[in-house]
Ligand binder design. Structure first.
Ligand code: SF4
Ligand code: SF4
Ligand code: SF4
Length: 410
């Protein structure tokens, strides 16, 4: 293979039907498992056949890969934390993972910090035009589209519209801006995200530039990507043809449009915050952060947070136990820990029960750090992170004897 741009599809008509865009990703995953190129596949599948209830699935049986077939826009799951927390960072297991660009970026950041074993990961990047929270999406289908959410068979974002397909095969489309005016907006981080094609993964797969949904447009981004695709083609699991200049151009045009929209949105947000005086900015953030109930959800959801002994735990002595709102250092410590590595994935904001705009805060600082150090987190695995906040010594230190304060006595 000499080119990096291909159209690919499954030769199996059943897989074509189940997967999206010709079923190339499903076929590739099945082939990789059957031929023991990986030990497991980590992908997202529907629970109870609902498009609003997606769960991660670790699949080792090739005949079950089809359960995770098809694209989902109402499933903002975090694949990185699963590899890090439950699969020991893929240290002893070869895993193929389907990942959005923000997942792929987080994998790169963690790999730089030796928290995941990049060599054992086959990252199948999926282009991403943005995701909705499932609760927002379900209400949107009911109220804005006037349809029963259980009748939904699929959805896609294209040309500034959300196009839904119902189980009877009919489609409905609505303008994203109009949906936002009705209160049904994508996740805030997605609106400002300019990573639509995950080139930091081994391959980047999507619809842009494909021929009428009959194939997946694949950009090969690494030698591992080449190796897997070549094996799948030779093994008869994939049909591939070189993308034409026209198709490459079409994909580029759609990417440029999406990135420009995201950059405009981010600029608007940043300009608004920068327009505040220092005092106003302080009041804005302190006002939000004072609502924190210290549930630790943001820390636990963040793919980048990985300290084995977290400074936010009361026994570390930085943050007194029992207080809500917590000492402002609670957020400032987390902020400093992810200042150079936050990938704008939005997980922290998604889980915050107090609806604090956390990702906006982290993104605000992260953009400054990126400018100062000329460092984009999660893009280049060979570029070392500019800030080092945790040393090996700190990682492996024995926890001190703990004397917990009696919160009720405070
Ligand atoms: S942050 Fe970017 S990559 Fe992640 S879900 Fe949103 S649009 Fe997709
Ligand atoms: S701080 Fe929030 S947005 Fe940034 S990487 Fe962590 S969870 Fe994602
Ligand atoms: S998720 Fe929200 S409420 Fe919970 S600790 Fe984080 S900021 Fe505080």
């Amino acid at each position: 293979m000499e080119n990096n741009f291909y159209l690919a599809w499954s030769p199996d008509s059943k897989i074509q039907e189940m997967g999206s865009s010709g079923g190339a990703v499903t076929s590739l995953l099945k082939f990789a498992l059957e031929n023991k190129m990986v030990d497991a596949v980590l992908a997202v599948k529907k629970r109870n056949n609902s498009r609003f209830d997606a769960v991660p699935a670790l699949i080792t049986d090739p005949d079950l890969v089809h359960e995770a077939a098809g694209a989902m826009h109402f499933a903002p799951l975090n694949m990185v934390k699963i590899i890090k927390e439950y699969l020991d960072g893929a240290m002893d297991m070869r895993v193929a993972v389907t990942c959005k660009p923000c997942d792929a970026r987080a994998f790169i950041e963690l790999a730089k910090r030796n928290q995941v074993h990049r060599e054992n990961l086959f990252l199948i990047g999926l282009n991403c035009s943005g995701t909705f929270l499932p609760t927002v999406a379900e209400q949107m289908i009911r109220e804005a589209y006037g349809e029963n959410p259980q009748d939904l068979a699929g959805e896609e974002v294209d040309g500034g519209k959300l196009i839904i397909t119902l189980k009877d095969g009919s489609t409905r489309e609505k303008d994203l801006e109009e949906l936002a005016r009705q209160g049904f907006e994508m996740r805030e981080n997605c609106l400002r995200c300019s990573y639509k094609i995950p080139r930091m993964a081994d391959i980047a797969c999507g619809k842009w530039g494909n021929k009428g949904n009959a194939a997946t447009f694949i950009e090969i981004c690494s030698s591992k990507g080449h190796e897997f695709l070549e094996a799948a083609v030779q093994g008869g699991a994939l049909v591939m043809e070189t993308a034409t200049d026209e198709q490459i151009e079409e994909r580029k045009r759609k990417e440029t449009e999406a990135v420009e929209n995201a950059q405009a949105r981010e600029k608007k947000e940043l300009d608004e915050l920068k327009g505040y005086s220092s005092q106003q900015r302080l009041e804005y953030w302190v006002g939000h952060l004072n609502r924190c109930i210290k549930c630790f959800g943001c820390r636990d959801a963040c793919p980048i947070c990985f300290c084995k002994e977290c400074y936010l735990e009361p026994y570390r002595g930085c943050i007194p136990g029992g207080e809500t709102p917590p000492d402002i250092m609670f957020q400032l410590i987390r902020l400093s820990h992810v200042a150079d590595s936050c990938v704008n994935c939005g997980q922290c904001q998604d889980v915050c029960p107090m609806e604090i705009p956390l990702t906006r805060l982290y993104n605000f600082l992260n953009r400054e750090v990126a400018d100062i150090f000329e460092y984009e987190p999660g893009v280049d695995i060979n570029q070392p992170p500019p800030l080092t906040t945790v040393t090996d010594q700190e990682l492996f230190i024995d926890p001190p004897d703990i004397i917990y304060e009696d919160a009720s006595a405070r």
